[in-house]
Design a protein around this ligand. Structure first.
Ligand SMILES: *[C@@H]1O[C@H](CO)[C@@H](O)[C@H](O)[C@H]1NC(C)=O
Ligand SMILES: *[C@@H]1O[C@H](CO)[C@@H](O)[C@H](O)[C@H]1NC(C)=O
Length: 391
């Protein structure tokens, strides 16, 4: 029997360490630790950790007693010596109140290319209709906790893949001002509100008669998977065609339910889920119409276990968690390269008894009629898809 409390603590600690770039995650954790120790050394116990992140950057005035003194150190330029003196605080406005302006929506398509982001003004979507590719589907992509700083990193690599290869409409939904809060339970709790704002944006496009709900595909990683589910649930002009949950966040939804409204199969006409870190950062149970468990769905994913050093062991969770969006992006570049088979368990899958069962591709080419639990194996490096061998 597992110790419930300690497993929660472990999961939350692991969560602190998963980000799209493991080295950044470690830097982040170190800076949080330094801030904590600095505050206690100053005789000001950090009674409300994370409070600084909630404060809007605009509201921060240089205070004489240095109560709140954010210093901007870009992640990529941060050096060890800078980190010693000042904590890293991301250049983001955080907010507890969320409306259409709390999110950054950016429009992309193949003709514009990956270097031409078109900012969508919430409530004034009409302005981008000149760019809209009529009669083509819409892909909406959103990130998870702490999110991504650069537009083609992390889950937004899927945007890059679609813009490079597919003639369709792509919107990236950046909710960093909410997800950038280090206090995980807060953004976890706010996923529903963020999702409903994305739903509102999509309703505007449907009202402009440039897209049918069934041609909308929302793709979200980690907490973003639950944002996508909330978006589908809140969408009021019919049902969205497809939602893809990429390793939907487990903590706060599955084990310690802060929210009961996780992504599920009622949220879209077709909900497919890719599980890569189930039982740690990711959700374990099947929650979609089709749930794909590459390499059994849990850490370490192939290529994620570099060594048995403690840092490597922690990184393997983040690495495995990120594999979900890496597999998906890969499936856009390399079509039909992730053949999976419906099977009740990994043991039966590896024994070969399921090989005559229903097959479906994982990722971009997933069959909208696929139902149940699917297993497959992948390679350890990109391209991960294994073309020929299906057990
Ligand atoms: C799969 O189908 C083939 C051809 O019908 C058959 O020979 C084989 O025994 C089947 N395998 C399993 C595991 O059912
Ligand atoms: C898997 O990766 C290995 C190299 O690591 C490569 O030789 C092999 O062809 C790949 N398999 C497939 C089926 O893509």
């Amino acid at each position: 029997m597992k110790n419930y409390i300690s497993s929660i603590v472990v999961v939350l600690l692991l969560l602190l360490l998963f980000a799209d770039k493991p080295s950044d995650a470690q830097r982040l954790l170190r800076s949080i630790w330094r801030r904590f120790t600095r505050n206690t050394e100053n005789g000001r116990p950090n009674t409300m950790p994370g409070r600084q992140e909630i404060v809007s950057r605009q509201d921060v005035v240089p205070a004489s007693d240095d109560t709140v003194r954010p210093i901007q150190i870009p992640l990529t330029d941060a050096t060890e010596s800078q980190q010693e003196t000042e904590p890293y605080i991301p250049q983001r406005r955080s907010s507890l109140f969320i409306d259409g302006t709390s999110l950054d929506f950016v429009y992309w398509n193949k003709e514009l290319g990956n270097n031409k982001p078109i900012i969508i003004e919430f409530g004034n979507e009409k302005q981008i209709l000149n760019y809209w590719v009529r009669g083509k589907p819409l892909k909406v992509i959103t990130h998870g906790w702490l999110g991504t700083d650069e537009d083609d990193k992390g889950v937004f690599g899927i945007k890059t893949a679609y813009v490079a290869t597919e003639n369709c409409n792509v919107i990236t939904a950046d909710w960093n001002r909410v997800s950038g809060n280090y206090m995980y339970p807060m953004p976890a709790y706010q996923t529903a509100r963020v999702g409903s704002i994305i739903a509102e944006l999509l309703e505007h496009f449907v009202q402009l008669a440039v897209i049918d709900p069934s041609d909308i595909h929302v793709i979200g990683h980690s907490l973003g998977a639950h944002v996508s589910g909330a978006c589908g649930a809140a969408f009021s002009l019919g049902k969205i065609g497809r939602i893809t949950g990429l390793d939907p966040a487990g903590p706060g939804f599955e084990y310690v339910a802060l929210r009961s409204d996780h992504l599920d199969s009622t949220d879209a006409q077709f909900v497919d889920v890719i599980h890569t870190a189930s039982g740690t950062a990711g959700y374990s149970s099947p929650i979609g119409h089709a749930d794909f468990y590459p390499n059994e769905g849990s850490p370490p994913q192939p290529g994620c276990l570099e060594s048995y050093m403690p840092t490597a062991l922690v990184n393997l969770i983040g690495c495995s968690h990120s594999r979900a969006h890496e597999f998906y992006a890969d499936s856009v570049y390399n079509r039909k390269s992730y053949s999976a088979v419906e099977c009740p368990s990994w043991e039966e899958y590896t024994s070969g008894v399921c090989k005559n069962n229903t097959h479906s591709f994982m990722g971009h080419d997933a069959d909208p009629k696929a139902r149940g639990i699917f297993y497959l194996q992948t390679n350890s490096t990109s391209p991960f898809g294994i073309l020929e061998r299906v057990l």
